[in-house]
Design a protein around this ligand. Structure first.
Ligand SMILES: [Fe+2]
Ligand SMILES: [Fe+2]
Length: 348
């Protein structure tokens, strides 16, 4: 049986025949000493660790049929809590970046403890998108040339790429489909923030990147109910969001809000994820309006969030709130389209 420490993300393989099945056991993580609890009273859970990818598998048919939508949501969230957090080095790097007393030396020291991640960060920093083609050869140099804000965006991008790159069968998104939609939304969020709320540049980029992470959690359930969803989309409403609600009792934005708690993101970011399809309900959360408009730009750029999510209308409330016209969003879409291909090619 493979397990992962929720605190440090370290994974361990335990011999099945030596486990006290039928009991709940706790022991300290050998790496970080945090308490790891194993509930062996239920049938063995699927292996939840796959590098830094999130892997969700549906509940078995018998148990699922007995669940209310509230119980099912709790089960999905519980499984989210079983998953490994982002790689420790990236988590630490983001902590250091948010410390005003930290230095470029501190951040490079942390990133360089993981050579695979350091290499990816250098590749992206040297891409044409950041205009530094071949100019930087060390993390220290990259952090000085790019600056803290941009370095944080690159770190967020690198840490999410494989998680968002997986295929989502339920949502009919091929491998890389959700990644390109998410990256397009992140880049557009950043551009919108730079126009109207420059201090929110980094938050807008981060939330844009993970705004649809709830789809990762729901995909196996959507896949399982795909026929019912198709019937709903054909006979009742073309809105996939309504179909999620009708079939499961909740949608991917509600699950995304719970993911934010696991990732310890601020409430304003969680609210932006929750309301990215209905920003007018967000009580003037500026991030929600930005990500909503950016999601629209991503679709215009040809990177929709899957069938049923590509032709969603733009909210007039968001255009008014951010003082933007649809013509401006169309211009942004052209910029975003080429950047997505460029960055994706660099990372692959
Ligand atoms: Fe969405
Ligand atoms: Fe989206």
């Amino acid at each position: 049986m493979q397990i992962a420490c929720k605190e440090c993300g370290k994974t361990y393989t335990l011999p099945d025949d030596r486990l006290p099945h039928g009991k709940v056991v706790s022991f300290p993580c050998p790496a970080c000493k945090s308490k790891i609890t194993l509930d062996l009273r239920e049938p063995a859970k699927e292996d939840a660790s796959d590098g830094d990818r999130l892997v969700f598998k549906p509940l078995n048919e018998e148990s699922e049929s007995q669940l209310t939508s509230d119980d099912m949501k709790k089960k999905i969230i519980k499984r989210i809590n079983d998953l490994p957090p982002m790689p420790k080095v990236l988590f630490k790097a983001r902590q250091v970046l948010s410390d005003p007393n930290s230095s470029f030396k501190d951040i490079s020291k942390i990133i360089e403890t993981d050579q695979a991640i350091a290499a990816k960060i250098l590749k992206v920093a040297n891409s044409a998108y950041y205009g530094l083609s071949g100019m930087v050869s060390s993390i220290h140099q990259a952090s000085v040339v790019l600056g803290y804000q941009t370095l944080e965006q690159v770190i967020t991008m690198v840490s999410s790429a494989s998680m968002l790159g997986q295929q989502l069968k339920g949502y009919c998104l091929n491998a890389g489909g959700l990644w390109k939609h998410s990256l397009a939304t992140a880049l557009a969020s950043r551009l919108i923030a730079l126009k109207r709320a420059p201090s929110m540049e980094n938050d807008a980029f981060s939330v844009g990147l993970i705004h649809d992470a709830g789809k990762l959690a729901l995909d196996p359930y959507i896949a399982k109910h795909r026929k019912a969803i198709d019937r709903y989309l054909k006979d009742v409403s073309p809105s996939f969001l309504s179909a999620e609600h009708h079939i499961l009792g909740f949608d991917h934005t509600e699950i995304a809000q719970d993911l934010c708690q696991k990732w310890k993101l601020p409430d304003s970011q969680a609210a932006a994820m929750r309301f990215h399809h209905c920003p007018e309900k967000s009580e003037d959360n500026q991030l929600a309006h930005i990500v909503h408009l950016a999601n629209y730009v991503a679709c215009l750029a040809g990177f929709g969030g899957g069938p049923g999510f590509t032709d969603l209308p733009v909210s007039p409330a968001s255009l008014e709130f951010m003082v933007l016209k649809t013509a401006t969003l169309e211009e942004l879409a052209a910029q975003v389209a080429s950047s997505v291909e460029e960055i994706t090619a660099t990372l692959s």
